[in-house]
Design a protein around this ligand. Structure first.
Ligand SMILES: Nc1ncnc2c1ncn2[C@@H]1O[C@H](COP(=O)(O)OP(=O)(O)OP(=O)(O)O)[C@@H](O)[C@H]1O
Length: 308
């Protein structure tokens, strides 16, 4: 080997070694970290209760997105459903499977409408900041994940600021957004989802028989026409830039019990069925007559366990 090529090889090797040892201590943006679809599937099956549609769509969407080396646009998921049905919980699972540090990763960004965009008079400022923040972060790490919680409390129009980033452009001002993931969380559409779930229940049909096609079209139209959805008349829907509208079904008594058991296990406590029943019976269920669905899903399970 000639001395020059030898020097180049040694140089390259030390850069690679240096990079990997640096990445052992500091978080590096994963260039081509493949998605462990089996682990994601297992996590969804074991941890997420009563959401067969969400589990199926999320797994499919992420697997096909990450199997594609050159996605034409970022992945955009819009999660809808009643409070406490698992939207934030699932986002956390997804984040952990895309970046090892999950929500704590420098490449996962959580926006909460009432915290980050509270004032209606400052929409233009928020739009500007949002564009800068996203452009900066995607430039630093192409596979950045952005989660927008409380979309239903976001002032109309704010989100349209990021429309160009979600569109089919290979590059915009030198930045390519195709590998980023955007997740929108919203209570909007919860009533439509409950209505469909109730219709199935009243007709004696199984909850698991509800299919995406029973809900997705109603959801996208419902959200588009709802002034308090954050996506009211949004160009994101108009231009078909949301890849999946994902319904979260209202949780039943049996699911609440599953949440209590999971919480007990997470605390390292024994699963006492008397405790499980007592917590589940403390929750309130609707509609008034049938009392099928928990009005806060599993949201207050932890606090109810604390005071038991
Ligand atoms: N389907 C579910 N399966 C398992 N655990 C759940 C589920 N739904 C909720 N939980 C539990 O309840 C907690 C609260 O749920 P989560 O924050 O995900 O609700 P959400 O749908 O985001 O509600 P909100 O719309 O009010 O923000 C979760 O951290 C989790 O422990």
């Amino acid at each position: 080997i000639e001395p020059i090529s030898m020097a180049i090889s040694i140089g390259a090797a030390s850069i690679i070694t240096g990079y990997f040892s640096y990445c052992r201590f500091a978080e590096c943006c994963p260039k081509q970290r493949p998605l462990n679809a089996t682990a994601l599937q297992l996590a969804l099956e074991e941890k997420l209760f009563g959401q067969h549609l969400a589990a199926e769509v999320i797994l499919k969407a992420l697997t096909s997105f990450r199997n594609n080396d050159r996605p034409k646009k970022p992945l955009t998921l819009s999660l809808h459903g009643w409070a406490g049905t698992g939207k934030n919980f699932v986002s956390q699972i997804v984040a952990e499977h895309l970046h090892a540090k999950g929500l704590k990763s420098n490449f996962v960004h959580l926006f909460v409408s009432t915290l980050h965009f509270p004032h209606e008079q400052q929409i233009t400022l928020y739009q500007d900041q949002l564009r800068k923040w996203i452009r900066g972060n995607v430039s630093a790490c192409a596979s950045s994940v952005f989660i927008f919680d409380e979309m239903d409390k976001l002032h109309p129009g704010v989100i349209d600021a990021i429309k160009p980033f979600l569109d089919y452009y290979e590059q915009l001002e030198g930045v390519s957004y195709g590998k980023a993931v955007f997740i929108f969380l919203s209570n909007a559409g919860g009533d439509l989802i409950t209505q469909t779930a109730l219709e199935f229940w009243r007709a004696g049909r199984k909850r698991e028989d509800i299919q995406l096609k029973d809900l997705e079209p109603v959801l996208s139209v419902g959200v588009f026409n709802n002034k308090h959805s954050g996506l009211w008349r949004s160009g994101l829907i108009d231009r078909n830039l949301i890849d999946y509208f994902i319904p979260f079904l209202p949780l039943e008594y049996s699911h609440v019990k599953m949440c209590v058991r999971a919480e007990l296990r997470a605390r390292g406590a024994a699963v006492d069925e008397d405790v499980v029943t007592r917590v589940a019976e403390e929750m309130t269920f609707f509609p008034k007559d049938e009392k099928i669905y928990s009005d806060r899903g599993c949201k207050t399970v932890q606090s109810r366990l604390d005071i038991l």
